[in-house]
Design a protein around this ligand. Structure first.
Ligand SMILES: Cc1ncc(COP(=O)(O)O)c(C=O)c1O
Length: 370
């Protein structure tokens, strides 16, 4: 039985009727850009994230870019971030004219190492961008402490609804940072039918600036206080996301159950390291990512059996050709480089059947001669 890495059609079948009704409502209204649907979604995402403000935008990449613009980050500035992430985290730093400073990750969680942040901060640093990778929050309280007075932009593109217990209190992804950013790319736990993104913050002045920046920098139409962008969330995406949002917690819980099943099934395989489980850091498992001592051969073996897998990410950002101008060399972020050689993400989408889970497990075990 083939098992895809992600099966969006399986999810669509479970919500098709309510989705068709909510999409049709927008089509009938003929109101497509921003508007009430987007405002309602913003209110719901702010509530979920325990933040005062949520601002919809065109995608998760723009969310990071707009966040930096709202903090006046630009030419001559440095921004400390992780090299073990999706390209957008650092591409946006470059695109606002600033310089990405890559510091290494913590080997168990793949998230940025707070001690390395301290070492990466210079007089030019204007912000720190941790990433809540694969669905689990970075140690945000430690990142904030390491950043000192610098603002923290939490790239929570993969982690909406994740939470972390800090001093006995659960803190949501995006809640504690200066600004949090989400992506609604279709493969995310809360995925749209196209691109979409959102920015959350507790700061009113930042929120107001973001609302201007996403509409060409003008609070009043045709009057521009600064040069902004066309980066709006559209009403169709908001309707789709509003329809999916009530299901999000259940879907993420299913992913956690699948992860637990895999963890138990791979426990006795010495060549595999399963994801680090921290009872104080509740992951939404946007990815279920193992380390394998023979990763490429394992992936080829799975492929032969029709089992989808993917490598997130095969080349850390400090070694990407486009950043060669920064002068990084192999060996400078050794933990990220090792992770890039060993990681493999396996199917973990909520609608996986027990038969499919068993299929993945038996293929992985067969590869290791079990
Ligand atoms: C960590 C991270 N940051 C940023 C993004 C960018 O989001 P988008 O694809 O919506 O622009 C993504 C996802 O695609 C991501 O995984």
């Amino acid at each position: 039985m083939p098992v895809p890495l992600l099966d969006l059609k399986a999810q669509h079948q479970t919500i098709r009727d309510e989705m068709v009704a909510s999409v049709l409502e927008v089509v009938d209204s003929q109101l497509f850009i921003l508007g009430d649907k987007v405002k309602e979604l913003e209110t719901e995402v702010a509530r979920l994230s325990h933040t005062k403000y949520a601002i919809g935008c065109a995608n998760g990449t723009d969310a990071i870019l707009l966040a930096m613009r709202a903090l006046d980050i630009g030419r001559g500035d440095e921004v400390v971030t992780t090299p073990f992430t999706f390209f957008a985290t650092a591409g946006t730093i470059h695109n606002v004219g600033a310089t990405p400073v890559f510091v290494d990750i913590e080997p168990r969680t793949f998230n940025i190492d707070p001690a390395a942040i301290r070492a990466g901060i210079t007089g030019k640093t204007k912000a720190v961008i941790p990433v809540d990778l694969f669905g689990a929050m970075a140690p945000i309280e430690q990142v904030i402490a390491a950043a000192g007075r610098l603002p923290v932009i939490e790239d929570a593109a993969q982690s909406i609804g994740a939470r972390r217990r800090i001093d006995g209190k659960w803190v949501m992804a995006g809640e504690a940072a200066t600004i949090g950013t989400f992506s609604f790319f279709p493969s995310k736990n809360l995925g749209g039918y196209g691109d979409g993104g959102m920015i959350v913050t507790q700061d009113q002045a930042i929120a107001e600036r973001l609302m201007r920046l996403r509409v060409h920098g003008g609070a009043k139409q045709y009057f521009h206080d600064e040069v902004g962008y066309n980066s709006r969330l559209d009403a169709l995406q908001a309707a789709v996301l509003k329809t999916k949002l009530p299901h999000l917690a259940g879907w993420s819980a299913r992913r956690r159950e699948h992860a637990e099943f895999y963890n138990a099934a791979f426990k006795d395989i010495a060549g595999i390291t399963t994801p680090y489980v921290d009872p104080n850091n509740e992951s939404i498992y946007n990815q279920y990512t193992i380390r394998s001592d023979r990763r490429d051969a394992l992936q080829a073996f799975l492929k032969e059996r029709g089992i989808g897998s993917s490598i997130y990410y095969p080349l850390p950002l400090h070694l990407q050709p486009c950043f060669s101008y920064l002068g990084y060399r192999k060996g400078q972020c050794p933990v990220s480089e090792k992770a890039a050689d060993e990681v493999l993400s396996l199917p973990v989408f909520p609608e996986l059947t027990q038969g499919q889970l068993d299929e993945v497990v038996s293929a992985v075990r067969a590869f290791y001669g079990r």
